[in-house]
Design a protein around this ligand. Structure first.
Ligand SMILES: C[S@@+](CC[C@H](N)C(=O)[O-])C[C@H]1O[C@@H](n2cnc3c(N)ncnc32)[C@H](O)[C@@H]1O
Length: 303
């Protein structure tokens, strides 16, 4: 499908939070919608949505009743999810700050989510206002919000693409017009890989993304793991498969040892792959939350 036109491709009911965003986009052309949308890629306000549920967990404003209902089921089984989401955002912040201090000025944030507080451009605004960031997500709701918020600042672009199509991401003119892949770049895969049910496919794509990074660049990820409380993770998997991931196949959860392989071939930045609160915590970060957090993350450098 060729480029879509905002406001016509994904109609939103009157009075919803997203209506204003789509109206404000008018008839501006937005990136192509994938040929074969993934289970989460089509816009359906009557079905729960990964990005809006995450926004709810983070205390954002962009969610519907259907998202809150699905989120309530998650919270019934895992009341720690909002804490984990916040810890994920703190990890993202520390990683971006580390990367800026290491000289990185180009970022590709895949599975970026709604621009709830603490997003990459906000962290960059504090530490490296000159840095560039390409946001990538397969969800038209996320894309519309990102366009509306970030249009025309010259340092940010927004690409609608599925993680599973790395060539599309890496050759999209919106991305290549901003990001020079011949120079070091940081690719961020924060809380997105656990939505890719096929282990081999997840590894294939991460391998391709790693290959695309010039020496001196980095890859960072965080991922929910089953080591801490496997039954709880399995239950959350069921809830997501009945809701925003309808159609995804049931699969074994990944362990820390398995997800650590996403950094294969890269030089691991200490402390390696660990529960996110333990990754280079700031002195004022709570020291006791790591035990309850089943989200691990890590950062690797291409040499
Ligand atoms: C839990 S949110 C994480 C947001 C953000 N990265 C963070 O860590 O705060 C997951 C995001 O991944 C996106 N996503 C899920 N599957 C995807 C896929 N196959 N391709 C691209 N994005 C995907 C969702 O739309 C959502 O915005």
């Amino acid at each position: 499908m060729a480029a879509g036109v905002a406001g016509t491709k994904v109609a939103v009911p009157c009075g919803s939070a997203h209506h204003c965003v789509y109206q404000s986009l008018g008839r501006r052309v937005v990136p192509a919608i994938p040929e074969q949308p993934s289970p989460s890629a089509s816009y359906d306000p009557s079905a729960p949505n990964i990005a809006r549920m995450y926004d709810y967990f983070l205390g954002g404003k962009d969610h519907f009743a259907v998202d809150r209902e699905a989120a309530a089921k998650v919270l019934e089984h895992a009341p720690e999810v909002p804490l984990i989401a916040r810890e994920g955002r703190r990890f993202l912040r520390r990683v971006v700050r580390f990367l800026v201090a290491s000289g990185i000025r180009q970022f590709i944030d895949i599975g970026t989510g709604l621009p709830t507080g603490g997003h990459v451009h906000e962290v960059l605004g504090e530490y490296a206002p000159d840095a560039k960031v390409a946001y990538v997500d397969n969800d038209p709701v996320v894309i519309a919000h990102a366009w509306a918020l970030l249009k025309g600042n010259g340092r940010t672009t927004v690409v609608q693409a599925d993680f599973r199509e790395p060539e599309k991401i890496l050759t999209d003119p919106l991305l290549t017009g901003l990001i020079d892949l011949d120079r070091p770049v940081a690719i961020l895969l924060m809380s997105v890989l656990h939505f890719i049910d096929d282990d081999a496919e997840a590894m294939r794509v991460v391998t391709r993304l790693r290959e695309s990074i010039a020496p001196g660049g980095y890859l960072a990820f965080c991922h929910a793991v089953s080591d801490v409380c496997p039954e709880r993770l399995a239950k959350l998997g069921d809830i997501y498969r009945q809701g925003p991931m309808k159609g995804a196949k049931e699969k074994a959860q990944r362990t820390t040892a398995e997800v650590a392989r996403f950094l294969d071939g890269l030089e691991p930045i200490p402390p390696g792959v660990t529960a996110v609160p333990s990754w280079r915590p700031d002195p004022h970060d709570r020291a006791d939350s790591a035990a309850a957090v089943w989200l691990v993350g890590g950062l690797g450098r291409k040499t």
